[in-house]
Design a protein around this ligand. Sequence first.
Ligand SMILES: [Zn+2]
Ligand SMILES: [Zn+2]
Length: 348
Amino acid sequence: MTAVKSYAAQNETSSLAPFSINRRKVGPHDVQIDILYCGVCHSDIHQSRDEWGGSIFPMVPGHEIVGRILDVGDKVTRFKVGELAGIGCFVDSCRTCENCKAGLEQYCEVSLSATYNAYEQDGKTPTYGGYSTLIVVDEKYTLKVSEKLPLAGVAPLLCAGITTYSPLRYANVGKGHRVAVLGLGGLGHMAVKFAASFGAEVTVLSTSKSKEEDARKLGAHHFVLTSDKSQMEKVRNHFHFILNTVSANHSYSPFMNLLKTDGTMIIVGAPPDPTTVPAFDLIAKRKKILGSMIGGIAETQEMLDYCADHAIVSDVEVIDMPYINKAYDRMMKNDVKYRFVIDMASLK
Ligand SMILES: [Zn+2]
Ligand SMILES: [Zn+2]
């Protein structure tokens, strides 16, 4: 075991504070990674405050991890000491169910070992995330990271990136499609970059006029202020896809009207409460609602390689570890462009 510095929440009301955890010895199939950067995801806040229920404490959040390999087990074939590596939202899964076999480990039907707030496959060893200086993960669940991109901007690709890349690919979004991105935050800004890069005509739908300039800088072709009735009326029956990234409670209905016949609303945000969708929103023009959660290991690697080839990274504000509680407060006010990333040198 290796004692490792981290930041943890001790319960659902405590702030995050320094905490020591143990990482396992490097096994034959493991890589040991010196964590350089870890992105801060909205789900870190939800889970450390037990807003989804069932949280496991003490909790070390963080599932957007990039770093350099310090050690590898003697059976490891894909990684060498000194290379960059990434860890996303999960560190293991059952490996035998239909979804695991199909490369859809994120939808493991038996037991997904999330990177934190979960258990290893033994069902009892808690997993601890990337707000820490070191992590040990099986090479099967470790991603290769290019040296070509600024590393802090790569970290959020491991969650915000794959969460938006995967459904856009699944839906074959590309040239000839009009795509709306609802909400311009951590997920939304990545969705705009990917959809534009895939050749779609991209519109940002936002409640905030101040986002227009940024939306265009990120690659959006159009901007619609959702509180403006005439602007909304102009895009009625207009979009092939709406990628809904909003994680606050809201009604889907006004946006379903913006979809064309056969249009699809893709849900990637996770509002705390259920919403209702009138049947006529779907049946009147054969519309669909599609959900999607992160991506499998192979697809996450494909996304990282795509980003390296197309120079796509997340827009980030790099912070020191002790700033994390302030960062959470600012995220609750949407006061970040567009992802906080912790420089883990500040914890060493
Ligand atoms: Zn996340
Ligand atoms: Zn499985």
